[in-house]
Design a protein around this ligand. Structure first.
Ligand code: NAP
Length: 286
């Protein structure tokens, strides 16, 4: 039997635990012992989950999903030695990139997360998708097999960097304009905000190219078209975090892309400006 834990009983973590729970016992680990309710919006299923305090658990696991926000990763590191052994695989289920460095002593994979949900108090609502994209190799092929009879879909990618950069750039555009514009997706109805968004996508694509990641010529237009399909009232995580005065995952998204732009000595003025503003706004929240 595969011993599975999920660290971070939030929107994504609890959804992963739920998706696996028809076939596997999953240990959900949080900051403290608690009970929470999970609701699958699509089929109206609800479930109660017991969360165990991360620092009190001493058993080891074969697979550990980490689904805390990027700026919270440092706070789970001290618990990992007691939860892992030589067989443990860690799957980092977060947006952004650059955090794997913190897990270099472990067999860890960056997943690109396609799970949509929301946590309010002790209630998690799942809206769409139970999908994690992950680098294909012998370990992840086995995991995909193990999870094949569950709701969790591991999408095996031959080149995970492509999927990571795609999501990074999608987040760069819409997260930035909704957070700085302090408005939902309707912000793109404003021509100047739409222009800024497009310019960010152009610069993001330029940085990706310098990293060896190539997108089609119509990449920017196709992402703008995806945004255009969003309902006006749809917010992004960075929009909600801004409005709720919560820390933003800016260093793992805009900051990571900006850092790579600098490493390649690229001139990315829009990216530099928005990163400066967001990082300043974020300083007092961390
Ligand atoms: P979330 O709802 O805020 O969940 C994070 C959870 O981690 C919270 O339950 C939090 O506990 C817990 N946590 C924080 N520090 C911890 C620690 N030291 N030990 C144990 N648990 C800890 O965030 P999320 O929306 O699930 O996002 C997780 C990641 O997925 C982020 O990188 C996000 O960008 C990405 N993502 C989210 C979505 C989405 O739709 N939500 C979609 C795609 C990607 P408390 O409840 O006590 O604060």
């Amino acid at each position: 039997m595969t011993r599975i834990a999920v660290i971070g009983p939030g929107a994504v973590g609890t959804s992963i635990a739920y998706a696996l729970s028809n076939r596997h016992d999953v240990t959900l680990l949080g900051r403290q012992n608690q009970t929470l309710t999970f609701e699958d919006y699509a089929d109206q299923t609800t479930r109660t989950f017991t969360v165990s305090a991360l620092q009190e658990v001493t058993q080891t696991f074969d697979v550990i999903f980490i689904a805390v926000k990027t700026h919270q990763l440092a706070t789970v590191m001290s618990a990992l030695p007691q939860l892992t052994d030589n067989h443990t695989t860690i799957i980092l289920a977060q947006n952004g990139y650059g955090m794997l460095e913190q897990l270099k002593d472990y067999r860890a994979y960056q997943a690109v997360v396609y799970v949509s949900g929301q946590k309010k108090g002790s209630h998690v609502t799942h809206f769409r998708d139970y999908k994690l994209h992950i680098q294909s190799d012998i370990v992840t092929e086995q995991l995909a097999q193990i999870f094949s009879s569950t709701k969790l879909e591991l999408v095996l990618e031959p080149h995970i960097q492509q999927a990571i950069w795609y999501k990074l750039i999608v987040n760069l555009g819409i997260n930035t304009v909704t957070a700085l514009g302090r408005d939902t997706a309707r912000v793109l109805k404003d021509e100047r905000m739409a222009k800024l968004c497009r310019q960010l996508l152009v610069e993001g694509k330029q940085v990706a190219r310098a990293e060896g990641i190539h997108f089609d010529a119509d990449f920017v237009t196709s992402i703008m078209n995806i945004y255009a399909g969003y309902p006006d009232e749809m917010g992004t995580s960075m929009y909600y975090d801004t409005m709720n005065q919560q820390p933003l995952e800016v260093d793992a998204i805009q900051g990571y892309i900006y850092q790579r732009a600098k490493a390649h000595q690229l001139d990315t003025p829009h990216l530099e400006t928005i990163y400066t503003l967001l990082a300043y706004q974020n300083q007092s929240r961390l």
